[in-house]
Design a protein around this ligand. Structure first.
Ligand code: FBP
Length: 250
């Protein structure tokens, strides 16, 4: 088993996700959140167990923060400017990620897309290389495609979790399926692969998001990777502290 201690604290994970500039575009980065330095400082002050970046931001902004907050590099990416079935290809190697200071790597698989074979294969190769170096691999498993009618349905979320286990991911990052009970089924389906929540779009009020985090922790997830629900809010630090309290002392 790969050691997860460099990206967890007491076995719990609280990741600040910030790959949205590529995935969604800067419209999703309001106010101060467009500045990577603001995010890195927030990750430190909010005592996240890691920050998730794409390689470009890591290269230009991460060096002064290297010993202050662990880094997870997302190895693939896509923009929202392409129509049709989702394909996210590798844009950073494991070697490059290690050079940039990554303590773990992540990769998104759109299971159900007509291109899923490309992503399954790339993921496997990445995993082999990362594990050889002792680096944990996190699978963002997001079923998406013609046959996936509701990517938040309990069945699909459990399926995503199971894909992570079958592929050998150390951690699987999955969407919320609506309740503690269905999320627990997904955690069970993931077996020895650890599960973190993929935060999702900003909720109307932070309390609704706290309830989601509470439910996933009650469902035996190890934590959450959160982006928009934190830094799209003006009081991002306060929200981070609350999330931390739920993850670590729930
Ligand atoms: P959020 O907490 O903002 O949902 O971030 C999690 C994440 O997986 C990001 O890493 C990624 O950029 C984004 O969601 C992708 O969201 P989607 O493809 O569902 O729009």
């Amino acid at each position: 088993m790969i050691d997860l201690s460099s990206i967890t604290t007491n076995g719990k994970a609280m990741y600040l996700a910030y790959d949205h500039g590529m995935e969604h575009g800067p419209n999703d980065l309001p106010g101060k959140s467009v500045d990577p330095e603001y995010i890195l400082n927030l990750a430190i002050q909010g005592e996240y167990t890691s920050v998730i970046l794409q390689k470009g931001i890591a290269e230009k902004y991460y060096p002064p923060y290297k010993n202050k907050i662990p880094l997870i590099i997302k190895l693939n990416g896509k923009t929202r400017l392409v129509d049709g079935e989702a394909l996210s290809v590798q844009i950073c190697s494991v070697k490059e990620a290690i050079k940039l200071g990554a303590k773990a790597v992540g990769y998104t698989i759109y299971a159900g897309s007509k291109y899923e074979a490309v992503m399954l294969q790339e993921f496997s190769k990445i995993e082999e290389k990362a594990h050889r170096e002792g680096l944990p691999v996190i699978g963002w498993i997001y079923p998406r495609g013609k046959e996936v009618h509701d990517e938040n349905s309990p069945e699909i979320v459990s399926y995503a979790a199971r894909i992570g286990l079958e592929l050998g991911a150390d951690i699987v990052k999955i969407k919320y399926c609506g309740s503690k009970e269905c999320f627990n089924k997904a955690v069970i389906a993931a077996g020895k692969t650890k599960v973190v929540l993929s935060g999702g779009a900003k909720t109307d009020i932070p309390e609704d998001f706290y309830d989601i985090v509470k439910n996933v922790m009650d469902a035996d997830a190890i934590g959450a990777a959160v982006g928009r629900n934190v830094w799209q809010n003006e009081n991002a630090l306060e929200i981070s502290k609350k999330i931390k309290e739920i993850i670590f002392t729930n």
